[in-house]
Design a protein around this ligand. Structure first.
Ligand code: G4P
Length: 538
């Protein structure tokens, strides 16, 4: 395939994730997006409300039902934007962020595989903790964020209040592309904002039964809108102009720099505003771009094939066999069956079984392009952050470790199993299942596991048992925060109550602190000590 063709394939792709707090409507939105892309004819057709358990199984079901290119990790569909002038059909890759009961380091790692994020906010709740955490990762990684304020069909806060909250709490300037006509709970449609906030058009929605189908849209001129909606329209226009007066207009450069965020108001449930989300992704979100390798040399999208592994899923019941690694294609074309090189070991890796595990249609699995996500089976040697390539060697920087909030001591059940225990700890550590911390006081026999979510500990326990025949003992450790520190601060910190310093396996010194009050106290009383927040340990 010529470089021009690869560039064209990359150019029509948009790879993104939804970041949200549980219940904000991520599953509902995922379904609505797929519906708009005409992947499924009727939202809810795949799973009834009662059957709504997790996105993972939803997607598997969707795949079975429609034979579309779906995995538990990425949903891919074609979309043709009505707004674009050319005839390009875009390929949308929606990468799932596991984030409900299984919130874990994986949730963050997914964000290393996307080019943009949709921050989904519940109109009644505003910014919630999990959203904030994920947003911080996006900010650190320079991932541009599109904001969607969901559930506008239900009573909630005023739009200006919600925007102020985003601005004040996370310092992200919201720049609405559309403004709601009607307050939360009385969602009539969207005013499309033009220069200086002046309305370009009014997209009026009509409810369908249960929001099951794409909501019919009437596209009206501002004059017609005023006739239809009267004062409600005039208020929306005034607010829109007010936003422009305070500089809240979209600016592509500022958006890509992560300083501003285009905002759309929507109701995922009623399918209102969903087309606008897709069109915005197509129009504004960046396509796959060159990625810097460990030497800061860019791997361009039209260079020979390369990919980054961002998630490894090991079956918790059975052994190695069902280990799945998910990679994001960075450059070139992936062809199923090609033999790639695993940069970390220099060994060849056969991709004969790529994706087939999902039972996809053959036609949908043969090739993948920059931005696409591919699942590899039998991936025993692969760990998050690893690189695969062909032809020209490349190695991408490792995925950083994220700030853990859960800590637990890990011990072997009996001394006789110690050797196996050590092996298991080293393996799970190198795979990034948990972060392993050690210090001289506790010794090697009882390392401390640190995790973003407690589910990670369960994975460790299950895998130790299944793969190493070791029954680990775990004991929660009473710390709630981790801060990066340095050698000069260690002794003083270890003298403090509610603090203990550890070395993580990547060499970073981490001070675990019992709670935020203790941390505030330390900052105040001992300002000379190094205690830096850790979102991503670069
Ligand atoms: P999540 O994946 O982010 O956790 O959220 P999910 O889509 O499961 O939605 C959480 C709840 O919010 C669901 O209600 C869902 O129907 C509702 N919801 C999602 N989007 C909208 C929206 O735009 N408007 C309104 N009014 N509700 C929305 P539930 O009560 O948990 O379940 P259900 O009985 O409604 O299915």
């Amino acid at each position: 395939m010529s470089s021009k063709e690869v560039l064209a394939e990359a150019g029509r792709r948009r790879t993104f994730a939804v970041i949200s707090h549980p219940d904000a409507g991520k599953s509902t939105l995922t379904e609505a997006l797929a519906l708009h892309a005409k992947v499924i004819a009727e939202a809810g057709a795949v799973h009834g409300k009662a059957g709504r358990k997790s996105t993972v199984s939803d997607w598997m079901e969707m795949e079975k039902a429609r034979g579309i290119s779906v995995s538990s990790t990425a949903l891919q569909f074609n979309y043709r934007s009505e707004e674009s002038d050319d005839d390009v059909v875009n390929v949308i890759n929606l990468v799932d962020t596991p984030g409900h009961s299984d919130f874990s380091e994986d949730t963050y790692r997914v964000l290393t595989a996307v080019d943009a994020a949709v921050m989904l906010i519940d109109a009644a709740k505003g910014l919630e903790p999990q959203t904030l955490k994920l947003f911080q990762v996006c900010r650190h990684r320079g991932i541009p964020v599109i904001t969607v304020i969901n559930k506008w069909d239900r009573p909630g806060r005023t739009p200006l209040e919600l925007l102020d909250e985003i601005d004040e709490r996370i310092g992200l300037t919201p720049t609405p592309l559309f403004w709601p006509v009607g307050i939360a709970g009385d969602f009539r449609g969207l005013l499309r904002r033009g220069e200086d906030g002046a309305p370009v058009e009014y997209v009026k929605f009509t409810r369908t039964a249960g929001g099951a189908r794409i909501a019919p849209e009437d596209r009206l001129s501002p004059g017609e809108a005023e006739e239809r909606e009267g004062e409600t329209w005039t208020e929306a226009v005034e607010e829109s102009e007010l936003l422009s007066a305070s500089g809240q207009d979209h600016d592509q450069e500022m958006f890509l720099a992560g300083q501003t965020s285009p905002v759309i108001f929507a109701s995922a449930m009623l399918n209102f505003g969903v087309r606008q989300i897709l069109d915005t992704l197509v129009a504004l979100a960046p396509p796959p771009r060159a990625r810097l390798d460990v030497n800061d040399t860019p791997r361009n999208v039209d260079d020979p094939f390369s990919a980054v592994v961002f998630k490894v899923q090991a079956g918790m019941d059975t052994a190695h066999r069902d280990r799945l690694a998910f990679m994001r294609v960075v450059s070139g074309v992936f062809e199923r069956g090609m033999v790639v090189t695993h940069a970390q070991t220099g060994k060849p890796f056969a991709t004969k079984y790529a994706l087939t595990v999902f039972g996809r249609e053959r036609s949908t699995v043969e090739n993948a392009y920059p931005g696409d996500v591919v699942g590899l089976v039998n991936a025993t040697a692969l760990a998050p952050g690893h690189t695969l390539y062909v032809d020209r060697k490349v190695e991408f920087p490792p995925i950083p470790s994220f700030a853990p909030e859960h800590f637990s001591i890990l011990r072997a059940e009996s001394a006789s199993k110690y050797k196996q225990f050590r092996k298991a700890v080293d393996q799970l550590d190198s795979e990034g299942v948990v972060q392993i911390l050690r210090n001289d006081i506790r010794g090697d026999a009882s390392p401390v596991m640190a995790a973003v979510g407690p589910m990670q500990f369960e994975v460790v326990a299950a895998r130790m048992k299944a793969e190493y025949n070791v029954e680990p003992r775990m004991e929660p450790l009473g710390y709630a925060l981790a801060r990066r520190t340095d050698a000069a601060s260690v002794d003083e910190l270890n003298r403090q109550r509610g603090v203990e310093v550890f070395t993580r396996s990547d060499g970073v010194l981490l001070a675990l602190v019992s709670d935020k009050w203790r941390l505030q106290y330390l900052r105040k009383e001992l300002p000379e000590l190094t205690l830096e927040p850790l979102v991503a340990a670069a």
